[in-house]
Design a binder for this molecule. Structure first.
Ligand code: PGA
Length: 251
């Protein structure tokens, strides 16, 4: 059985005070959570403090991005070793905003993923089609390419440290979530791809989160769709009531 995994991507939101307060609230409530995994992704500059605010709780802390290089003259970048050093245990790779606003292609996403794995960080690999791709019937081709190139060189053993997030670009931050049928179809296709790459039993163990306008009032129906094992939440993860509403009904 796959343990439901709910993650909050804070993006470039919340300041020190509000981030720490939110992290403390979640950490305190985490004693009542069983059978699910929860992670939050604050901005780099607050990671250290948020890791301390959640120490010993059921809340994991991850970074939204990392550099594909180990160290050196890469002004403005943050390495996997630095993330590990401050206590982050996971990282997002290939989020739609990195791909579309900052031009990250599948090969760079793959190098970042390997940089993370080499430092023992777990990874959430984000994939998803644009509206044009969906309309033109190329959703599966896009997902296949993102998965094959994104996971290139990843061993079956390392696959156990990877979660996939299916985030259709048209659903992110728009208030228009994929229907449970659309999510179920895409997730089932993604698991099939994993099966082709790694075999059925390795594929069956991988969590596939849905992301894109997830809220407390749609999470339950989305999670009833086949192969939906949790959610990557943006906007609704910025306030304790809305994120707790998602975490606490998602089983
Ligand atoms: P959203 O963002 O929940 O605000 O749509 C999801 C994401 O980008 O991970």
């Amino acid at each position: 059985m796959r343990k439901p995994f709910l993650a909050g991507n804070w993006k470039m939101n919340l300041d020190r005070r509000s981030g720490v307060a939110l992290a403390r609230t979640l950490a305190a409530r985490s004693v009542t959570w069983s059978g699910r995994e929860v992670a939050i992704f604050p901005a780099f500059v607050y990671l250290d403090e948020i890791v301390r605010a959640t120490a010993g709780s059921g809340v994991r802390v991850g970074a939204q991005n990392l550099c594909d290089e180990k160290s050196g003259a890469f002004t403005g970048e943050v390495s996997a070793a630095m993330l590990k050093d401050v206590g982050a245990t996971l990282v997002l790779c290939g989020h739609s905003e990195r791909r579309h606003l900052y031009g990250e292609d599948d090969r760079l996403v793959n190098r970042k993923l390997h940089a993370a794995l080499s430092q023992g960080l777990d990874v959430i690999l984000c994939v998803g089609e644009t509206l044009e791709e969906r309309k033109s019937g190329s959703t599966e081709a896009r997902l296949s390419r993102q998965m094959t190139l994104g996971l290139a060189g990843v061993s079956a053993e390392d696959l156990a440290r990877i979660t996939i997030a299916y985030e259709p670009v048209w659903a992110i931050g728009t208030g228009v979530n994929a229907s449970p049928a659309q999510a179920g179809e895409a997730h089932t296709y993604l698991r099939g791809l994993l099966s082709g790459l790694y075999g059925e039993s390795a594929a069956a163990a991988v969590r596939i989160q849905y992301g894109g306008s997830v809220k407390a009032d749609n999470i339950q129906t989305l999670m009833r769709a086949p192969n939906v094992d949790g959610a990557l939440v943006g906007g609704a993860s910025l306030q304790s009531e809305s994120f707790l509403g998602i975490v606490e009904v998602a089983l």
